[in-house]
Design a protein around this ligand. Structure first.
Ligand code: SOE
Length: 379
C-alpha cells in the first residue's frame, strides 16, 4: 500500500489543471512508494475553487492560503498562482515544514529566488519548480544522447518560444487569466514566462551560461487594466532576443515573442555538435530530429525519431503504451510528479530544485538588465 502524500493546491488556472491531472494519473502508471492525495484546493473565489475541487477530486477547499498551509493534514503545497505571490507562500510554507512544488519562474527576480532557496534549504523541505519540458520524452532523450557523447564538441544552441495571443491592442492587462501581461504580477513578460523554459532546458542540456546580450521590445505601450478599467503603461517585454556564450564554449541564440502571428506555442530547440545535431519542436513533441555525421555518406540525413521504441532505456516511456503509440504535453507533468515522489522515497532532491531554478532566474535577470543597459551582462 503506497504512502499518501497530501497535496494542498493554491490556484486553479491552466497550471492548476495540468498539475491536478498529473497527481490523479501518476499512480495509475508509475509504481511508487508515495501516492498523491488531492486533499484541498485553495483560491479566494469560493464558488470557482469548489467547482475546480469537484472537477478534479479535491476532498476540501480553502479560501485563505495561510489556512491551507497551516493544516496538519497537508504535506506539500503546490504554488500555481501569479509570480508575485510565489515568495510569500514559499517562505510561509517552508517555515511550517511543508514541501513545495512551485510554478515557474521561481520568483519575480533573483533576490526573491535567493530568499526562497535559503528558506527551503534551512527548513530542509523537498522542493521543485515545474519546468516541465525537460520531461517531454523526446527532450529527455536529447539529454541521453548528449550524455552518451554523441554530439562531441557543441558549437551552437538555438531556441525559440513563439506565440501570438497578445497582438490585439484592445486586450486588457492584469487580473484573471491576463496577469502575465502585468509586470506587477508577472515580474517580466516573455523573458520570465517563455524564455525561462528555453533557458531551463538549455542549462540542463548544454550547461551554464557565462554572459548574455539582449534586446527587448514592448510593442503595445498602453493597455486598460482588467481590474481597474484604467489605461496603464505596459511594462512587460512583449518580445526578447538574446545572444549568449555557454561555459562549454558554444554560442547561444534565443528568441521569444507573443507577436509571431500564426504561432501559438512554438517552442523549438536545436543543438549543433561536431559529430551530430539535435532538433526538437513542441508542435511535434514526441519526435526528436537527429543528424549523425558518422552515418554512411549515401544514407546520411536528418532522422525523425518517434520516441517510443527505445529498447527499455528511457526513464518514462516504459510506463505508457506499446512502441509506436505516443503521449503528449500533459504527460510531462505526470513525469515530474513521478520523479518528485521517487526522489522523496530515495531522500534525494528533485531537479529542477529551487536552487536549480535560481540559475534560470539569474539568466533572466541578466537578459533584462542587458536589454535595459544595451550591454553584455555576466551571469
Ligand atoms: C503562456 O501562454 C504559457 O502558458 C506559459 O505560461 C507556460 O509556461 C508555457 O508552457 C506555455 O505558455
Amino acid at each position: 500500500m503506497a504512502k499518501p502524500l497530501n497535496i494542498g493546491m493554491i490556484g486553479y488556472g491552466f497550471m492548476g489543471r495540468a498539475h491536478s491531472n498529473a497527481y490523479n494519473r501518476v499512480s495509475d502508471f508509475f509504481d511508487l512508494e508515495y501516492t498523491p492525495v488531492l486533499k484541498a484546493a485553495c483560491a479566494r473565489n469560493k464558488e470557482a475553487v469548489q467547482a475546480f475541487a469537484d472537477n478534479w477530486g479535491y476532498e476540501s477547499i480553502e479560501t485563505d492560503w495561510k489556512a491551507l498551509v497551516d493544516r496538519d493534514d497537508i504535506d506539500a503545497i503546490d504554488v500555481c498562482v501569479p509570480n508575485n505571490l510565489h515568495k510569500e507562500i514559499a517562505l510561509y510554507a517552508a517555515e511550517r515544514g511543508k514541501m513545495i512544488l512551485c510554478e515557474k519562474p521561481i520568483a519575480m527576480d533573483v533576490a526573491e529566488g535567493e530568499e526562497m532557496c535559503e528558506a527551503v534549504e534551512k527548513a530542509g523541505v523537498a522542493n521543485t519548480v515545474w519546468y516541465n519540458y525537460r520531461r517531454v520524452p523526446a527532450v529527455t532523450m536529447a539529454r541521453q544522447l548528449i550524455d552518451e557523447g554523441r554530439l562531441g564538441r557543441v558549437f551552437h544552441y538555438r531556441a525559440n518560444f513563439l506565440q501570438d495571443w497578445t497582438i490585439a491592442e484592445d486586450l486588457p492587462q492584469g487580473g484573471a487569466a491576463l496577469w502575465r501581461l502585468d509586470a506587477a504580477a508577472a515580474g517580466s513578460g516573455v523573458t520570465g514566462d517563455l524564455l525561462a523554459h528555453c533557458i531551463d532546458t538549455a542549462l540542463w542540456l548544454n550547461g551554464s551560461i557565462a554572459d548574455v546580450n539582449a534586446m527587448t521590445e514592448t510593442f503595445i505601450k498602453e493597455r486598460v487594466h482588467q481590474e481597474t478599467g484604467e489605461k496603464q503603461q505596459v511594462t512587460i517585454d512583449d518580445a526578447c532576443t538574446f545572444l549568449c556564450h555557454f561555459e562549454n564554449g558554444s554560442l547561444g541564440l534565443f528568441e521569444s515573442t507573443r507577436y509571431a502571428r500564426g504561432h501559438k506555442a512554438l517552442y523549438t530547440l536545436e543543438i549543433n555538435g561536431e559529430n551530430a545535431s539535435i532538433r526538437w519542436d513542441l508542435h511535434d513533441l514526441h519526435r526528436l530530429e537527429y543528424f549523425d555525421y558518422k552515418d554512411e555518406g549515401k544514407l546520411r540525413g536528418w532522422r525523425s525519431i518517434h520516441v517510443t521504441d527505445h529498447g527499455g532505456e528511457h526513464p518514462y516511456m516504459d510506463h505508457w503504451w506499446v512502441p509506436g503509440l505516443q503521449i503528449g504535453y500533459e504527460h510531462s507533468f505526470v513525469h515530474h510528479v513521478a520523479d518528485f515522489l521517487d526522489s522523496l522515497a530515495k531522500g534525494e532532491p528533485c531537479p529542477p530544485t529551487f536552487r536549480d531554478a535560481l540559475e534560470t532566474q539569474k539568466v533572466c535577470d541578466a537578459v533584462l538588465a542587458s536589454a535595459k543597459e544595451r550591454a553584455w551582462q555576466n551571469i
